[in-house]
Design a protein around this ligand. Structure first.
Ligand code: PLP
Length: 386
């Protein structure tokens, strides 16, 4: 079988061996329900408590401020709908044009419920329009939801500054930090962020578990009604293996964050520099300075991202494209469109996203293959005249 070179870690990540090890007994041996009265089930409560402490340690918050959810999408939905339900007098919600659909679709739906939704723009490098933010956060603003870092370009917004502006004016601030946790150090004890979403499967924990951090004192209406789990804030029998796995993943991330990110950044920079040097007519999308250490989004003029992906796939290289093929028409990504990336370049964009498990050898192999693929596709392209 051909080996896989996995450069699609913003889509999902490998579960760390240490995480899988911690989860294994929880399927067939220790499968009790944490809400049960007997010792067999009750011991699960201790495991969840430990996971909550591990997550709190990574985020720099109190364990009581952590709510376990089923994914990043649920955390985003709960943050937006839960805080608005608890603050019914204000009618304005502010977000950005480059959010993940887990935020954007929820905000757009709010318009049907009579909210005024403002989507802040970004500049050509994907940087948020801070002046527009200053103008828009007024007395009617209930909630501002702005992502910490963009999943497509890796661009990191000045979230602490944004949180200060928003909360000092009496609005609630939520950030989707799904792409940030584990890739950048966080300390919520020194922050003005009220709510923060994260997702297990982006930091080497399994799919099906996430966290919503809710600062003590922030009012949140429960989004899932039923049992008394998670302090009555999120009903439903706990995903014990997932929660335990996420706790372990947080412990691993907290332990090695700086060292691993330096390694990942060095590999990402090597890959990016070589591709940009060897391939003519390509451009880097997004602010080069304020960027996640693992992400590189490159546009190749005159060719389709999908064609590049298919060719990469032949060599076992997994990446992703900034455009999605929907119902036969190629729609460039809403993020690149918001940045004003020209149509031809947006169509040919590829995202490489690395993790601590990538190696120098994988990068070298990819550096060798990408220019060959680009040359070959351009030879076939109807848009290239020579
Ligand atoms: N927010 C961002 C920025 C993401 O990148 C993703 C996943 O790609 C999500 C939210 C959704 O997370 P999940 O897949 O856990 O629902």
């Amino acid at each position: 079988m051909m080996r896989t070179i996995y450069f699609d870690n913003n889509a999902t990540t490998k579960v760390a061996e240490e995480v899988a090890e911690e989860m294994r007994p929880l399927f067939c041996e220790l499968y009790g329900n944490p809400s049960s009265m007997h010792t067999f089930g009750g011991q699960m409560g201790r495991k969840i408590r430990l996971a909550r402490e591990q997550a709190a340690e990574l985020l720099g918050c109190e364990p009581s401020e952590i709510i376990f959810t089923s994914c990043g999408t649920e955390s985003d939905n709960a943050a937006i709908n839960g805080t608005l339900a608890a603050a019914p007098n204000k009618r304005k919600v502010i977000t950005s044009r480059v959010e993940h659909p887990a935020v954007l679709a929820v905000c757009r739906e709010l318009e049907n419920r009579g909210y005024r939704v403002v989507e802040l723009g970004v500049d050509g490098q994907g940087r948020l329009d801070m002046e527009e933010l200053e103008r828009q956060v007024d007395d009617d603003a209930a909630l501002v939801s702005i992502m910490y870092a963009n999943n497509e370009t890796g661009v990191v917004f000045p979230i602490e500054k944004i949180a200060e502006i928003v909360t000092s004016r009496g609005a609630i601030f939520h950030t989707d930090a799904v792409q940030v946790v584990g890739k950048m150090p966080l300390d919520l004890s020194k922050s003005s962020i009220d709510l923060l979403s994260l997702s297990g499967h982006k930091l080497h924990a399994p799919k099906g578990v996430g966290i919503l951090y809710v600062r003590k004192g922030t009012r949140l209406s429960p989004f899932m009604l039923g049992g008394h789990q998670e302090g009555g804030r999120r009903a439903g029998t706990e995903n014990v293996p997932g929660i335990v796995g996420l706790g372990k993943a947080c412990e691993l991330a907290a332990r090695n964050i700086e060292e691993e990110n330096n390694k990942v950044k060095r590999l990402r920079d090597k890959l990016e520099k070589a591709i940009m040097e060897k391939c003519p007519d390509c451009r880097l999308n997004g602010d080069k300075e304020n960027r996640l250490p693992n992400t590189s989004n490159i546009s190749f003029e005159y060719i389709e991202g999908e064609a590049i992906l298919l060719m990469l796939d032949r060599y076992g290289i997994c990446a992703s494209s900034g455009s999605a093929c929907t119902s036969g028409s190629l729609e460039p990504s809403h993020v690149l469109r918001a940045m004003g990336v020209p149509f031809t370049a947006a169509h040919g964009s590829i995202r490489f996203s690395l993790s601590r498990y990538n190696t120098e050898e994988e990068v070298d192999y990819t550096i060798e293959k990408v220019p060959q693929i680009i040359t070959r596709l351009r030879e076939l392209s109807p848009f290239v005249s020579s």
